[in-house]
Design a protein around this ligand. Structure first.
Ligand code: 13P
Length: 290
């Protein structure tokens, strides 16, 4: 198609048309290739994401290079997003390297400080044509180095959401509505009534964090209530790792990475297509091209 695009218009299109775009956290070249192949097969718009840990592990330049090749060689629109970053300098570094979307996560700070830090990033990103996502309330669970205990997780307040989006000018908004990062012990307890209030009073696309393990009917309900992006991380990691474990269980002597990476890639690809079907972005690639 060409180059990595900002996710702003992709997500606005998704919100306007009532579906969600799946955003996948990738940690290796093979995971990146797997979700790109999935998007290509499903003809779905795609958001590739990396956590701060993965940025430190691989380096933003390598990640941007691989994602740029994907954008160049595939027919679907692709954005590259930095997930849950608390560090302004790292955000700027990733924007300079070529990320087309960034999340400033200042949700652990008091409201005013969250507004200040988010607005600061919106200003610098806007000038570079890069999308910004920010969070209000606090999503529970573990995402890289960010650990939020169950008792510290906090739902977003719908009235505060309106003020937050207005004052920061953030183009993509992640309100905490009861989902969590990682695998749920039981079922998530999603505050649909709050989500509905937020959807009706905030005009920007909303983001559903903690996409792993949410039952299908609940994902669909969230999407129908304005969740235009769903993040999936843990389930992909599990699919990737389980496929490799399976190979080694059968053949402990295996020492050719290409042999165990192929089934791992295939497992990630299959799961990614399932998640795309769930949020309804299959076949939507063309209308999301910037
Ligand atoms: P899961 O690990 O639960 O899929 O959450 C992903 C996420 O929200 C990343 O920001």
């Amino acid at each position: 198609m060409g180059h990595l695009i900002s996710s702003t218009s992709m997500l606005e299109t998704a919100r306007a048309n009532g579906y969600g775009i799946t955003a996948f956290n990738v940690h290796t070249l093979e995971m990146l290739q797997a979700v790109v192949e999935a998007a290509e097969e499903a003809q779905a718009p795609l958001i590739l994401q990396t956590t701060v840990g993965t940025v430190k592990h691989l380096g933003p330049e390598y990640i941007v290079a691989a994602a740029s090749v994907a954008a160049k060689t595939s027919s679907v629109p692709i954005a590259l997003h930095l997930d849950h970053c608390t560090d302004y300098d790292l955000i700027v570094r990733c924007i300079r390297a070529g990320y087309t979307s960034v999340m400033i996560d200042a949700s652990m700070h008091p409201f005013e400080e969250n507004v200040r830090r988010t607005a600061e990033v919106v200003q610098v990103a806007k000038a570079a044509g890069v999308n910004v996502e920010a969070e209000l309330g606090k999503v529970g669970g573990v995402e890289d180095d960010i650990v939020v205990e169950e008792e510290d997780a906090r739902l977003a307040d719908p009235k505060e959401c309106v003020v937050f989006v207005e004052r920061t000018g953030v183009p993509t908004f992640a309100p905490a509505i009861g989902t969590a990062h990682g695998i749920y012990k039981g079922e998530p307890n999603i505050a649909f009534h709050k989500l509905e209030q937020i959807f009706n009073s905030v005009q920007v696309p909303l983001v559903l964090h903690g996409g792993s393990g949410i039952p299908a009917d609940q994902v669909k309900r969230c999407v129908s209530l304005g969740m235009a992006k769903m993040n999936v991380a843990t389930e992909l990691r599990i699919a990737f790792s389980d496929a490799i474990k399976h190979i080694f269980a059968q053949n402990p002597e295996e020492n050719d990475p290409r042999k165990y990476m192929v089934p791992a890639k295939e497992a990630v690809k299959r799961l990614a297509i399932e998640k795309m079907q769930l949020t309804g972005c299959v076949g939507r690639a063309n209308e999301c091209k910037a």
